[in-house]
Design a binder for this molecule. Structure first.
Ligand code: ZN
Length: 123
């Protein structure tokens, strides 16, 4: 749902959600996750940021709340969503027909030779 105060307003609120692609990077790399956590002051977070669900990008008041959450439906739904790899820029380009298939390099070189020959014929 588009936010009334513009696309960025969701990021600025407490309820702002983290994108699935970002969470994918969080799960894959501790450093990426730490960078995200470093943007928050522990005293501003529920439970001082001690109880964090990486997959849902959510903080919880206590370990018990976190455990309850990991057994719940929203968390399991999120795990299912995260099973699919996020779309990469490369996939988007491939869908638009812009392939970078290095295996076809030889074909391209012969095409280039043809083009050069054509130019020679004109001059
Ligand atoms: Zn969760």
């Amino acid at each position: 749902m588009p936010a009334i105060r513009g696309a960025d307003s969701k990021k600025k609120t407490r309820r702002g959600t983290r994108g699935l692609d970002q969470i994918h990077a969080d799960v894959a790399s501790k450093k990426h996750l730490q960078q995200h956590l470093d943007t928050h002051a522990p005293e501003d977070l529920p439970g001082f940021g001690q109880h964090y669900c990486v997959q849902c990008a959510k903080f919880f008041e206590s370990q018990m709340n976190l455990e309850k959450h990991t057994k719940g439906k929203p968390h399991k739904r999120r795990l299912r969503q995260l099973k699919d790899e996020p779309y990469s820029q490369k996939e988007a380009e491939a869908a638009a027909g812009l392939t970078t298939d290095n295996g076809r390099k030889e074909v391209r070189e012969s095409e280039m030779v043809d083009v050069v020959d054509g130019v020679d014929g004109v001059s």
